[in-house]
Design a protein around this ligand. Structure first.
Ligand code: MG
Length: 121
């Protein structure tokens, strides 16, 4: 399985089967899953804590650090897929819709090459 071949539906089914086989769906309230996404995001951030930008970029070149980062990033996505399953959210549609909102909110001609907020309204 790779990003080039896997579909979101396959990944959603895989994480659903994992939870169902363990009878864990009963614990998958939307609250618990949303909290779990945040907790795992915190664990991902922890991997970069106390290092400067250059060192943080270099971490992915270190095999052990890279694996730890991959694991935490996977945890974030796994819980995101579980939440999408529980709430019956079509992630492809949601991403497409939100990217359209983002494109309207951040027009290229106004934001290209800028990280500051161009409009506080
Ligand atoms: Mg984790």
């Amino acid at each position: 399985m790779s990003d080039q071949t896997a579909t979101l539906e396959e990944l959603k089914q895989s994480v659903a089967a994992f939870a169902e086989e363990r009878d864990w769906i009963q614990y998958h309230s939307l609250k618990n899953l949303a909290m779990s996404i945040s907790i795992e995001a915190g664990e991902l951030m922890e991997r970069f804590q106390w290092v400067d930008n250059a060192a943080s970029n270099a971490l992915v070149g270190d095999a052990a650090a890279r694996l730890a980062i991959e694991d935490e990033l996977a945890d974030v996505l796994i819980y995101s897929l579980q939440l999408a399953n529980r709430a019956e959210i079509d992630l492809s549609g949601s991403i497409k819709r939100k990217m359209a909102i983002n494109a309207e909110k951040y027009p290229i001609e106004k934001v290209r090459g800028r990280s500051d907020k161009y409009d506080w309204s």
